[in-house]
Structures are given as C-alpha cells and as structure tokens.
Design a binder for this molecule. Structure first.
Ligand code: ATP
Ligand code: BTN
Length: 327
C-alpha cells in the first residue's frame, strides 16, 4: 500500500489525528504528511485542520471492499468474473474497461470500481461528477460470444436492476428516464453509460457503467447543472453503507446481464414501464442540433422510445437524443 492509501485508511474513521501521529504511523516527515493531505483534497475529500489538534475528514469514509463484492456474487457468479478491481483513483471506470485487454470466453465478466474518477463520463462527452468516496462508480464489462439482438436495451435492463436493488434497500418509487437515468422525485440520483466494443466473429463486449450518488459533498455538487439527489437525502440514517450497496449493485448488474442473455429485454419491460417517468408527458428532444417537441408514449418491446410528434409516432433506438420533460 502506498503512503497516500495508508493515510486514507488512518483518516477513514473521521476522527482527529495529530500531524505527529500520522507522520509516525506512515514513517514520513510532518511536511510530507501535509503534502499528502493536500493531494487528498484534490480528489474532492474535505479535510479540516483543527488548530493544535490535527486533521480530520469532514465525515468518515466507507472504503469499497472487493471481498464483500465477491461474497455477494457467490461462487457461481464469481466463476464467470475474470477480476474484481477496486481502484482508489482512476480516470473513468468505463474508459479503463473499454481499453483493457479482452478476457477469455470462460470468464466473460470483469468488474471495475473506484473511489474517485478524475474524468467520470456521462453520455455524449458530458462530465460525471465523481468526488472521492461519495458515490458508487462501478463498471461491468461483459463479453458476449454471440451479440444479443436489442443490445442497446441492455442499458434499460440495467436501470431496472438498479431500481430493484434501490427499492430493496428502502428507496420508494425509483424512476427511470429513457434511456439511462435513475430518478427520484424529479431529481437525478444516478445514471448508466452503456458502451460497446465489437469483436470479430459475432462476439462483442459491452461496458455498463453506473454512477449512483450516495453522499455528495456540497462543494462538488454545486457543479451539477440539473436537479440531483443522493441517498443520504433520500434515506437519511437508514441508507445502506456504500461498500454493501456497491456489492449489491455489482451482483444485480451481473444477474441482469445473464437474464438479458437468456430471456432478452422482454423480461425487463414491465419493470421498466412501471418506473417510466416520461410516458404520457410532453418532452423536448434534441438530436443532431435539432429541437423537437412531442408526447412520450412509452417504450416498445425492444426498448425503443416512442414519441408522437405532429401526429406521427417516431421511434428512437439509439441513445443519441437528449430529452427533457416539459409537462
Ligand atoms: P440526456 O442524456 O437525456 O440529455 P442528461 O442531461 O441526464 O440526460 P447525461 O449525459 O445522461 O445527460 O448525464 C450527464 C449529466 O448529468 C451532466 O451534464 C450533469 O447535468 C448531470 N450530472 C453530472 N454528475 C452528476 C451526479 N454526480 N449526479 C447527478 N447528476 C450528475
Ligand atoms: C449519465 O447519466 O450520463 C451516465 C453517467 C454514468 C456515470 C458512470 S460512473 C462509472 C462509469 N464511469 C464513467 O466514466 N461513467 C460511468
């Protein structure tokens, strides 16, 4: 473990630690401790210095735990997973898995989670705010021997799996906004980014990335330019611990991929429809610089979004449109 990771583990309890005690535990000078503390600040961690006493995190940290994820997945699922990687800091868990070498067919899955993303991505080049330890940043890569038809609908299926998991944890009325947003009472709680990379011979790989706000520090949250919410607000002190939630979500996503492979999107349609926050509402959509307005009519059996525009029903398959509800 490097010095910065050791420092994090020491501070994770949220209690005050003197500079001297930290220096001693890490075997470095007090000046070096101070430098490391500053670096932690750049990851979005709020560290306060108490005069004459020492340093503390503004709130205790719940660090992710690969072993807990392994336990949650169980033996049968683990056999299909090439690796469960937990990174302290990464550019983007999705980018990482999109670039990492392919896995063997016998282990089609790979999980990558991080405490912090320096370049978390939303759709269409947008930024996903990813402060340290504040949310779940989780990507699952899956290799399909044969590319399933309706693959874009996997983003919707993943949304249903996330909503089921959140509802099991006590969140009431999770909403889904086509194609990839997790909503709660009109505010964005999380998002899914599905990316694909083709391979030869009918095989393909997808990366499903999930960002889910758990407890966002106010400073970073001010950067989010639309209504948002985190689980700390939704569930208060009843919210699940972040490591346990990350493990439950990892399992739910793996299971959703397996079910999607066997049964197709059909198995998820009802779970999507009852949470569809757009159906029946006027929406404004932007595609290729053009703005259109119409009424959202829900999804088709393949996950396409149906919108009535000037009396004509159009289908949108790709996630290449941006949508806002206007009523
Ligand atoms: P659409 O794709 O239909 O336009 P969208 O505006 O939600 O929906 P996305 O690309 O899906 O766009 O998500 C990225 C957007 O999400 C950012 O532009 C920002 O407004 C918001 N966002 C960024 N970080 C967070 C976060 N941690 N929590 C909630 N929302 C966030
Ligand atoms: C969206 O609403 O646009 C989707 C946001 C997806 C964010 C997650 S966080 C983990 C993974 N890594 C990324 O860079 N993005 C996804």
């Amino acid at each position: 473990m490097n010095t910065q990771d050791q420092l994090l583990e020491l501070l994770a309890d949220g209690k005050v630690h003197s500079g001297e005690a930290l220096a001693r535990a890490l075997g470095v000078s007090r000046a070096a401790v101070w430098k490391h503390l500053q670096q932690l600040g750049t990851l979005g961690l709020e560290i306060t210095a108490r005069h004459g006493q020492g340093y503390k995190l503004s709130s205790p940290l719940e660090l992710l735990d690969a072993e807990l994820i392994r336990e949650q997945l169980g033996k049968a699922l683990c056999r299909q997973i090439a690796a469960i990687e937990v990174h302290r800091s990464i550019d983007s868990t999705n980018s990482y898995l999109m670039e990492a070498p392919a896995d063997a067919p016998a282990t089609p899955g790979r999980l990558c989670l991080a405490e912090y993303q320096s370049a978390g991505r939303g759709r269409r080049g947008r930024r996903w705010q990813s402060p340290f330890g504040a949310s779940v940043y989780l990507s699952l890569r899956w290799r399909f021997g044969e590319t399933p038809s309706q693959l874009p609908a996997l983003a919707l299926a993943a949304g249903v799996a996330v909503a089921d998991t959140l509802e099991a944890a006590g969140v009431e009325a999770v909403g889904l906004k086509w194609p990839n947003d997790i909503y709660w009472r009109g505010r964005k709680l999380g998002g899914i980014l599905l990316e694909m990379r083709g391979e030869a011979g009918g095989a393909s790989e997808v990366v499903i990335g999930l960002g889910l706000n758990v407890s966002m520090p106010p400073g970073v949250a001010r950067e989010i330019d639309q209504p948002w919410v985190d689980l700390a607000e939704v569930l208060g002190s009843n919210r699940p611990a972040r490591p346990a939630l990350a493990a439950a979500l990892s399992r739910a996503l793996c299971q959703a991929v397996l079910r999607f492979t066997d049964e197709g999107f059909e198995a998820f349609v009802a779970g999507y429809e009852r949470r569809d926050v757009l159906a029946g509402h006027e929406v404004r959509l932007e595609q290729g610089g053009k703005i259109l307005q119409g009424k959202a009519l829900g999804i088709d059996t393949d996950g396409a979004l149906k919108i009535r525009i000037n009396g004509e029903v159009r289908r949108y398959v790709s996630g290449d449109v941006s949508l806002r509800r206007v009523s």
